[in-house]
Design a protein around this ligand. Structure first.
Ligand code: UDP
Ligand code: MN
Length: 284
């Protein structure tokens, strides 16, 4: 009655079946993980903006095509400073972070006039190992000093939050990016840059900036220069005060969707009396 051979056959059959099932299940999980890691990340392209309508119409289609070619899921966030103060790039980027990082997990702070050209080697993928400075001084058409981190810098929301973003105390042109370099260094954050590219300073980026048309605001008033040398890590995205006046999903002439956020940045005159250009009366 009791057929031992039959039992052994059954046991062998079931153990083979269960190993096959386990194998299939594990490989299915693995490929899911891989699929997810491609789609899981979402980028916000944060553009500090004022009076650059022409550049925007060039930037949007260029970047859409560039990012699509790398299968980067992204959203354009144009942060438009509409108050009457001097331009504040850092505060605008902080606002971009605040307004984006609830639905993306990384950002690229992107000057509107610096267009990446090297589609094959300049990657906009999620910066897993710390901030990535794409507009490297080795390839930037204009800025070549070693600590330069302006132009295009990619960073995860987590890392940006950890260093409290950028100091919003810079009004007018320059130095906010140098301050950001020091902020990254002081917490030991590793910065990487593209290297060994097949392109050079003439064909890695195009800088569509005619300084005859858009003059840089180099003025320094009062203690502005001295204060600009301080890091002030306690000042950052969490101290950036602004009013969001309008937020619209718009479509460019070439059919590219983007968010336009009109903002008024608040100036604390006791901290930075130089946030406006002095008028003739105040100059006396
Ligand atoms: N920007 C702007 N309006 C201004 C000044 C600056 O929109 O009046 C933005 C714009 O995105 C620009 C970036 O800030 O690309 C950096 O400014 P700028 O081009 O003057 O700096 P550069 O790197 O050329 O010295
Ligand atoms: Mn420029």
């Amino acid at each position: 009655m009791f057929n031992i051979r039959r039992w052994i056959r059954w046991i062998l059959f079931y153990s083979c079946l269960s190993s096959l099932c386990t194998f299939w299940y594990l490989t299915a999980i693995d490929s899911n993980v891989e699929l997810k890691s491609v789609q899981e990340h979402r980028l916000a392209v944060i553009v500090p903006f004022r009076d650059r309508a022409k550049e925007l119409e060039i930037f949007l289609p260029h970047m859409r095509q560039f990012l699509k070619s790398q299968s980067i899921e992204h959203v354009f966030m144009i942060i438009n400073q509409i108050d009457k103060h001097r331009f504040n790039r850092a505060a605008l980027i902080n606002i971009g972070f605040i307004e984006s990082c609830s639905f993306v997990d990384y950002i690229v702070m992107h000057d509107i006039d610096l267009l990446p050209l090297n589609q094959r080697e300049l990657s906009y993928r999620y910066p897993e190992h710390g901030p990535v400075h794409l507009a490297s001084p080795e390839y930037h058409p204009m800025y070549h000093y070693a600590t330069y981190v302006g132009g295009i810098l990619m960073i995860s929301c987590r890392d940006f939050e950890r260093i409290n973003g950028m100091s919003p105390l810079y009004w007018g042109w320059g130095r906010e990016d140098d301050n950001f370099y020091v902020r990254m260094r002081r917490v030991g954050m590793k910065l990487s840059r593209p290297t060994k590219l097949s392109t050079n300073t003439t064909n890695t980026f195009e800088h569509i900036h005619d300084k005859g048309v858009h003059k840089r605001d180099y003025a320094r008033y009062g203690q502005q220069k001295e204060e600009g040398n301080k890091v002030r890590p306690e000042m950052g995205w969490n101290t950036t005060k602004y009013d969001l006046i309008d937020k619209n999903l718009r479509i460019s002439n070439q059919g590219i969707e983007y968010w336009m956020l009109d903002v008024n940045i608040f100036c604390d005159y006791s901290l930075t009396p130089w946030c406006d250009h002095p008028t003739n009366e105040t100059r006396k």
